[in-house]
Structures are given as structure tokens and as C-alpha cells.
Design a protein around this ligand. Structure first.
Ligand code: DGP
Length: 133
């Protein structure tokens, strides 16, 4: 099955490239939701965060860190949101692992998460979600 991000890696679909190295590619998100909204992807295909491997995740995190520092130190931003959507229910629409970098400035008000408060007691939640190895 064809993957749009693999096509971008191969150069078959154009992108606005921000950075590239042996293992990763970073380019502007086509949706332009936020100035400079950037995606970091591994060049080798993995479907999502949980289907990736530690090596690829590490490469991507290093690239995301490099770009974030660049945005903050050289491009006039004061922060970044780093976001990974894993799975359709979490909003993942492209099934090739990617990290969103959303550059931020104080008071820009571009990302206001409104997550409804959950009333379950934290102890109950802990019992349900604790990792038992
Ligand atoms: P997500 O919802 O986390 O799977 O984010 C996928 C992002 O990928 C979404 O913000 C839009 C972006 N996107 C989808 N197709 C293309 C494309 O062809 N080029 C670029 N640059 N971005 C794309």
C-alpha cells in the first residue's frame, strides 16, 4: 500500500524541507495550522509511535530536539509543542510515524487544549492503568 510520507522521502511528492539526515526528514505540515508547523519522520516506514522501534524513535527525537532548539535559539520562538498522535482515535491521519513540532510565542493562543475533566478517582484510574510487568 502506498504511503504519502514514504513518497515524500523518495522525492516523488514535493515538500518544504526544513532538515534532513541519514535517518530522518523534517518538512512543513501542509495544513499550516500554526506558523512553522513541522513534521519529523523516520525515512524507513513504521506505522505509528507504538509500532516503531527504539532506534528510529531515537533518531526522530534527536531531530525534533535539534529543530526545536533551532526554532527557539535562531528563529524568534520562545517554545514548541511536541505532539505525537498514535492511532486513529488519537487523531493520527497519516499512518507513517511522525512528530509534530508547533513553534510557539508567548500569548500566541494558537493551541488551546480543552480536555474535559474526568471525575474518576485517581486511585481507581491508577488501579486500572498501572503497568504490571
Ligand atoms: P496526524 O493527524 O498526526 O496524522 O498528522 C498528519 C499531518 O500530515 C497533518 O497535519 C497534515 C499533514 N499532511 C498530510 N499529507 C501531507 C502532505 O502530502 N504533505 C505535507 N507536507 N503534510 C501532509
Amino acid at each position: 500500500m502506498s504511503c504519502i510520507f514514504c513518497e515524500i522521502v523518495k522525492g516523488k511528492i514535493p515538500c518544504y524541507k526544513i532538515y534532513e539526515d541519514e535517518h530522518t526528514l523534517a518538512f512543513l505540515d501542509i495544513g499550516q495550522e500554526g506558523f512553522g508547523h513541522t513534521l519529523v519522520i523516520p525515512k524507513s516506514h513504521s506505522e505509528s509511535f507504538i509500532n516503531s522501534n527504539l532506534e528510529e524513535l531515537t533518531y526522530c527525537i534527536k531531530t525534533a530536539e535539534k529543530i526545536s532548539k533551532h526554532y527557539i535559539q535562531n528563529c524568534g520562538f520562545s517554545g514548541v509543542n511536541i505532539l505525537i498522535n498514535n492511532g486513529e482515535s488519537a487523531g493520527q491521519s497519516v499512518m507513517h510515524f511522525h512528530i509534530h513540532i508547533i513553534p510557539r510565542k508567548n500569548g500566541d493562543n494558537i493551541l488551546n487544549w480543552k480536555i474535559p475533566k474526568d471525575e474518576t478517582s485517581l486511585e481507581e484510574v491508577r488501579k486500572m492503568l498501572e503497568v504490571k510487568e
